[in-house]
Unconditional design. Structure first.
Length: 217
């Protein structure tokens, strides 16, 4: 019977409710570890993308969790709880998420390329970066599907889906061709603060409205 379910056992010395919360957390921990173990291969500046993705995906996968049993050990004075979720429901949810990532990734690449072709470099950069984050979800979801499945087939994924490395290359190609140059201007009013003007170009063409963050003493 256990083969049909993913299970988690929790305990508490306080009450049944906290024992059930522990059981649910124990069940979540296993799936969260499976996703996180793959996601660690993808780096964001502060790790917030990975952390939020893993939590969101795990919470979604565990929406169908039920507390099937509970008991009190009068000798040890401990409450126990038994949480289960149907394996096929988790697999179905993961498959839906994979389909969503595939659709979003293809759409994001298409929109990013359209903006790039129209000379809207900043918009293209945003779409390509979003596409990188979105496509980075695919491998962890597929591996989690395989680890949850008793018969680890790989769920079907179109061969035309852009990979995260493709988005990364496009982001890098844009960044590598952005140049920031200090401009000397005698008419520019100088105050006690350090002030200067800069000219920003992309492959020789002016790049307007690019936000810049300066670091200095």
């Amino acid at each position: 019977a256990h083969a049909q379910y993913l299970v988690g056992v929790g305990f508490s010395k306080e009450n049944t409710v906290s024992a059930s919360e522990t059981a649910r957390a124990e069940l979540a921990k296993n799936i969260r570890f499976k996703i996180a173990s793959v996601m660690k291969d993808y780096n964001s500046n502060d790790g917030s993308f990975i952390e939020s993705f893993v939590k969101t995906e795990t919470d979604t996968l565990l929406e169908g969790v039920q507390i099937k049993d509970g008991w009190y050990d009068s000798y040890k004075k401990v409450f126990y709880s038994f949480a289960v979720v149907k394996r096929k429901d988790v697999l179905s949810t993961i498959q839906d998420q994979i389909d969503g990532v595939v659709a979003n990734t293809a759409s994001t690449m298409s929109q990013g390329s359209a903006h790039y072709d129209n000379g809207e470099i900043l918009k293209a950069l945003i779409y390509y970066y979003d596409g990188y984050n979105e496509s980075s979800k695919l491998l962890p979801l597929i591996r989690t599907y395989k680890s949850v499945n008793l018969f680890p087939e790989v769920p079907p994924v179109s061969i035309d889906v852009p990979a995260s490395i493709e988005f990364k290359k496009k982001v890098q190609s844009i960044i590598d061709n952005i140049e920031v140059e200090k401009v000397d201007n005698d008419n520019f009013i100088h105050s006690q603060d350090v002030s200067f003007m800069v000219k920003i170009t992309f492959m020789g063409k002016a790049l307007r409205n690019l936000p810049i963050k300066f670091h200095g003493n």
